[in-house]
Ligand binder design. Structure first.
Ligand code: ADP
Ligand code: MG
Length: 503
């Protein structure tokens, strides 16, 4: 008997609540609130002792069905599980009750949670940008295999921490189908990665890269599903808790992608006969460029955002003027800065055009690809100032786009929609447009290739830019003067010596 959606609105109950006794379960039966009791978590299965730990694989029962939230467990089955577990703690996985297994609540799942706990108890081994560069610089087969093994052991640990976070969300949030979908994806990836055998040869490394590429592709649905799912739960958890959870999820996701993409890029470099010349010319080591040039990046992104604004509005977009120390070079992942500046300039362009261009001159649906991008715009320019300090690079994007109204400004970093917008701003409610965007990697490329409509308001441009900036220890601040304009300040660390920020 599966229970209906439980009548829960207490904020502190989680999927894997573990502070209840059997007595409590029975006591709670009538209220429809069920817990996973401490007894189950405390059962020691002897076969866990033979589990090889995070760096080896394949000796534990494997299943890709993650432990379910308890809403689908009947009281009867739960009690049977407890009795089963306490009577036969030593051979739990070999005598799994088939019905329980089908329902997704077998002792095997409790066993799985214990494996998860082993990974959660391990610290994340963060790296610095400098380490990424040094490691990839004098690439040898041995180093590539070594870094492959680091990624192979690190990804499941990072995933385990996030699975654990999802399990600790309030119970009602776990019943959201979108959150449940992300949870399933994470479990399946965790299982795949933790069971991947140690990398001993280049062939093993190639196979690992292929597997990781598949996972990266599979996980493109994560941002849209998470953003919509958590937004739908806004009424059930405080905004602060939602934001803390989402920023952690997104930072961790970015970190896993960086590790994975660096390994894939280094491996591709290794197989590329022109690899050395490439390094010499582009200064690239995997996905890191050792010679990022601030002016080049701003100019590239300005051109892209002006073009798409022209396409959308059918008028000559505002100019982007550069100021300050433009020839600053530094080591960074260019994709990250490009994304941040792309989002900031898009916002500025839209603000300036919508505030200053006469409505009659805007033809929203007209494509103007054939009109050359003119520099002489009558609109107030957007000014980008670059300042290069000894440890950080500062970039300020300054516009006269009318500023951000208070009711929007106070929630630009938020993933919650519990705050109410006035009726004329209703259409700007965050994340609704993700219905039209099933997949998202969070890159400029996917927007330029029109896989994601670049000017569709998704509400994630600023939050994701914040994640990118803070990941390597930088910062993003937005100051606005409602009625006049907005200044965005980006701080990027230039020494590459800060550890990944995953908090
Ligand atoms: N420079 C700006 N000028 C005017 N409004 C802005 C500016 N930057 C951000 N905003 C406001 O903040 C909102 C959130 O921005 P963002 O996170 O980029 O999401 P999106 O652009 O997809 O709506 C925008 O919809 C817009 O209303
Ligand atoms: Mg935006």
């Amino acid at each position: 008997m599966a229970t209906a959606l439980p009548k829960v609105n207490q904020n502190n109950m989680c999927w894997r609540a573990n502070r209840c006794s059997l007595k409590n379960i029975v006591a709670k039966k009538n209220s429809g609130v069920y817990f996973l009791p401490q007894q189950i978590r405390n059962v020691t299965y002897t076969n866990t002792n033979s589990h090889p730990g995070p760096l080896t694989a394949n000796s534990s029962p494997s299943t890709t069905t993650p432990p379910r939230p308890l809403s689908t467990v009947s009281i009867k089955n739960l009690i049977e599980s407890i009795q089963f577990a306490s009577v036969q703690p030593n051979n739990a996985s070999s005598t799994i009750n088939k019905t329980e297994q089908r329902r997704g609540h077998s002792p095997q799942h409790f066993y799985q949670n214990r494996i998860l706990d082993r990974y959660v108890s391990q610290p994340v081994h963060t790296i610095t940008l400098r380490q990424l560069v040094f490691f990839g610089r004098n690439l040898t087969e041995e180093r590539l295999i070594q870094s492959g093994n680091y990624v192979r052991s690190e990804l499941p640990i990072r995933l385990a921490h996030r699975i654990h976070d999802i399990q600790n969300l309030p119970f009602i949030v776990g019943t959201n189908p979108r959150i449940a979908m992300v949870y399933d994806l994470y479990w399946s990836a965790f299982e795949k990665l933790r069971q991947f055998p140690p990398i001993k040869t280049m062939e093993d490394n190639d196979a690992f890269c292929t597997a990781v590429k598949g996972l990266l592709k599979e996980h493109l649905v994560v941002i849209p599903q998470l953003a919509m799912g958590i937004n739908e739960c806004s009424g059930h958890i405080p905004e602060e808790q939602i934001n803390r959870f989402m920023y952690k999820m997104l930072r961790s996701r970015l970190s896993r992608r960086v590790l994975a993409e660096q390994q894939i890029a280094l491996t591709e470099n290794w197989h590329d006969p022109g690899y050395c010349e490439e390094i010499m010319s582009g200064g690239y080591i995997g996905v890191v460029s050792t010679r990022c040039n601030a002016r080049d990046i701003v100019e590239k992104v300005a051109k892209m955002t002006r073009k798409l604004s022209q396409n959308k509005y059918g008028i000559v977009p505002p100019e982007v003027l550069l100021d300050g120390e433009q020839d600053t070079t530094f080591a960074y992942i260019p994709e990250h800065i490009e994304y941040i500046l792309y989002e900031l300039l898009k916002n500025s362009m839209c603000g300036v055009i919508e505030k200053h261009a006469p409505a009659s001159s805007i033809s929203r649906s007209t494509r103007t690809d054939n009109i050359s991008l003119s520099n002489s715009s009558s609109l107030p320019p957007i000014i980008v100032t670059i300042c290069s300090g000894p440890t950080d690079i500062h970039i300020r994007v300054s516009d006269q786009g009318g500023g951000i109204p208070d009711e929007i400004y106070s929630h630009i970093w938020s993933f919650s929609s519990s705050h109410k917008l006035s009726d004329d701003k209703k259409s700007e409610n965050k994340f609704l447009n993700f219905e039209k965007v099933p997949k998202m990697a969070g890159t400029v490329e996917e927007q330029e290739d029109a896989m994601i409509p670049p000017l569709l308001h998704l509400g994630i441009g600023l939050p994701l830019s914040k994640v990118y900036t803070e990941y390597w220890g930088g910062a993003l601040k937005i100051l606005t003067m409602d009625g006049y304009g907005t200044d965005a300040y980006v701080k990027i660390t230039r020494l590459g010596n800060r550890e990944e920020n995953l908090l």
